[in-house]
Design a binder for this molecule. Sequence first.
Ligand code: ATP
Length: 505
Amino acid sequence: MISIDDIAAFCRRRGFVYPNSEIYGGLAGIFDYGPVGVELKNNIKKEWWKFHVQSREDTVGIDGSIISHPKIWKASGHSDSFEDIMVEDSKTKELFRADLLVEEFLKESMDGKTREELWKLIQQHKIKSHKGNELSKPKGFNLMFSTDVGPKNPIKAYLRPETAQLIFTNFKLITENSRLKLPFGIAQIGKAFRNEIAARNFLFRCREFEQMEIEYFTKPKETKCKFINEVEDYKLKIYSAEMQEKGSPEIEMTIKQALSKKIFKNEWHAYWLATEHKWFISLGINKDNLRIRQHNRKELAHYSSDCWDLEYKFPFGFKEVEGIADRSDYDLKQHIEHSKKDLSLFDDELKQKIVPYVVAEPSLGVDRAFLIFLFEAYEYNKERENVVLKLHPKLSPIKVGIFPLVKNKPQIVKKAREVYDFLKNEFVCDYDDSGSIGRRYSRQDEIGTFLGCTIDFETLKDKSVTLRDRDTTKQIRVKIDELKEIIKKLINEEIKFEKAGKLIK
Ligand code: ATP
């Protein structure tokens, strides 16, 4: 597998992601997305929204603000306790996140460990900084960025460290506007900001990033999921808290088996874990590289009865890509208490007001998802002597590269322009006429362009073009009239490439 530094260099070279403010020396943990990066990122968000919101009757979406009233963060607990624990290299003064440093050393999760516990472990195991120097006593550091709102007597506000809270504060209006009946979900995609102690590993840990989150609400303490039969036979790698305690590896099993072994406390939680896992698989992630890991008791937030992470096998080990927590009625109750507003719902069956439970909060970072789709797609092809980025066609930044075979024959150029104009409103296309056709193919392969469409002398005679498949380099001849339909079916995996036209190579 390619290393994280090499993927960062590849992203910069090919226009996926740039280090922010590079001409001024850069700003750690902040990144800009380049021309093909923004297309890939938008496609990830589009696919997530389609799958989680538009194709579900029980879910609606919102787009909350980045800056909001500071009382929100008081109620949620973030302004008092959203902190990480840091230690300092006594000589170089470099800062480290204490839990991650100890974790690296002891090779076990340190999630949920207190300052004192981490300090004990540092002393007990004589843990040093990366440079081999003594470490300072751990200190807490609040991760929220603050700002001033208004010119006179400004209010100290925060940039949101997660998108979720806006769903709770708007809960009453959303449910009324959308006539939602439990169970239902409210989803959101948006920026979040965390002043991470040590922003490392490229997009994995940034200070400005995006999240795609759902709060899924049910009646209090409801455990039976009405969709469970959709996922019962679904198989995935499960790494429960008990397996971790016993030191045994993760086990592949079906949701049904895990439920019968009481690994999940709640069918709803099981349903959401399988659903999130399925989404990644549907977009080309290899099953072997994913597992779900349960938090142990110490890692759990005090209000959470169960929490699982969907983890991906990065070059630096299995790490969280998405958290799926059971948050009970904690957040709504906190906002009821702090705002003194009624955020309960009337339950027609129980004939009383209830405060719904968040039985699952799937929370996925867009940038981490972007990174794993790249890791999965990246392949250096020895025969072709270039990188082939085998992204799922739905995610490919450019769907079709349009290539006139030669650029000095006006009839070919005219026809190629016609094909480009014909396709560009439907698919993201790139008109590329510079260099040899082989050079153009490999340039597009590197950025994951799904299909190459070459306009040649034959095209002038029979109104057909050559379509080339990025992954296999197979080529078919297709009539221009049928191009749109065929490309659409290929992107949606409704037909096999070889069957889509007359195979010529
Ligand atoms: P970690 O333990 O890695 O710091 P977390 O448990 O604090 O992550 P959550 O608060 O559960 O993360 O956030 C949900 C998701 O948001 C994460 O699974 C991840 O995909 C994303 N995320 C969180 N922090 C960052 C970050 N600094 N950079 C990029 N993505 C992030």
